[in-house]
Write a protein that binds this ligand. Structure first.
Ligand code: A3P
Length: 335
């Protein structure tokens, strides 16, 4: 039998049913240990993914890395798009015209997108492969499912954390608007905490990168830190990428990345991805804007107190072994 980089185990049927739109999903385990600079029991670590991802995982695993690549890796809805737009501009001499002209998903491909929507003519792995250097590539995969050469060629990786209460509520809207979820909000939140939604479980995803935050090729930051002081995160990322920025460029970039500007920027609203998801599903969905509320604390008026409490307990349970709080992670600064 040919070597497979992963193996899949069934997710309980009743959980798949609750997702209401899924064609089935599996727990994906890596068959080999990643050469990462952290200790982990990789045999027990899994990622929940729709079964449609299984066609792309092998190609992702053997994807050819270039040392000069820059990777944006996040758990879903943690500010990926915002960070991609920022980083693309830093890497491309603040070419705002080109950024508006060409969709962000073309400038910075989502590597495993064909797992989200199979059978679309645009192959994101091919597109990423053919991109000119320095490539900016997005992935939501956890450490053990990323391309294996990431850990040997060591390109620069930017990891963005977000408070999971806000990320989960944002993901709920994403699933309603983009995937077509019709279940209840409470069910979705439970499924999220229990790790049944694509790319979860959340905490192991975050904590592996947290453990690697001091590695020279890893930059770990948070959505909340970007909201609090975007200029300072931009300067840190410029430092990390060894790129210059003038005061004028910084002012222009902060303005370009403001919520109001990005909300109305068609190149950053995943319009093409949305269209292909709608076409693949053959359905109409409710009006949905990818750049949605853009605030810290959106869970406060969108989740009932009982669910917020469950999230807090779940977070505490997951962070206790690391002697960490969410605030520690949010406020971390590499420089
Ligand atoms: P909300 O749904 O809470 O508004 P991702 O790109 O990882 O999928 O994250 C999407 C989230 O980032 C959404 O959160 C979106 O509104 C927010 N976002 C995108 N651009 C932003 C910006 N310029 N400022 C603040 N938040 C932004």
């Amino acid at each position: 039998m040919p070597f497979s980089s992963y193996f899949a185990a069934n997710v309980p049927y009743e959980q798949v049913e609750k997702l209401t739109t899924s064609t089935g999903c599996s727990y994906i385990y890596s068959s080999s240990q990643p050469s990462v600079p952290i200790v982990g029991d990789w045999r027990t670590r899994y990622c929940t993914l729709d079964n449609s991802f299984q066609d792309v995982l092998e190609r992702v695993h053997s994807f050819e890395i270039r040392k000069e690549d820059v990777w944006i890796v996040t758990s879903t809805k943690c500010g990926t798009t915002w960070t991609q737009e920022m980083t693309w501009l830093i890497l491309n001499n603040y070419d705002f015209e080109k950024a508006k002209e060409i969709d962000l998903t073309i400038r910075s491909p989502f590597l495993e997108f064909n797992g989200v929507v199979p059978n679309v003519p645009h192959d994101t792995i091919d597109a990423a492969d053919k991109l000119d250097s320095p490539r900016l590539i997005k992935s939501h995969l956890p450490v053990m499912l990323l391309p294996k050469q990431i850990w040997t060629k060591k390109p620069k990786i930017i990891y963005v954390f977000r408070n999971p209460k806000d990320a989960a509520i944002s993901y709920y809207h994403h699933w309603r608007g983009m995937v077509g979820y019709t279940g209840t909000k409470e069910d979705f939140m439970q499924l999220y905490m229990d790790g049944y939604v694509n790319f979860n479980p959340f905490w192991p995803h975050v904590l592996d990168f947290w453990e690697m935050r001091h590695e020279p090729n890893v930059f770990f930051t948070s959505y909340e830190r970007m909201k609090k002081n975007l200029s300072s995160v931009i300067k840190d990322i410029c430092h990390f990428l060894e790129k210059d920025i003038t005061e004028k460029e910084l002012t222009q970039l902060v303005d370009h990345l403001s919520f109001d500007k990005m909300k109305d920027n068609p190149a950053c609203n995943h319009v093409k991805e949305f269209e292909s998801m709608k076409a693949a599903a053959g359905r109409e969905v409710e009006e949905f804007r990818f750049v949605r509320r853009g605030i810290v604390g959106s869970h406060k008026d969108e989740l009932p107190a009982s669910v917020i409490q469950e999230f807090d307990d779940w977070t505490e349970d997951n962070l206790r072994p690391y002697n960490l709080t969410v605030e520690d992670i949010i406020n971390y600064s590499k420089y």
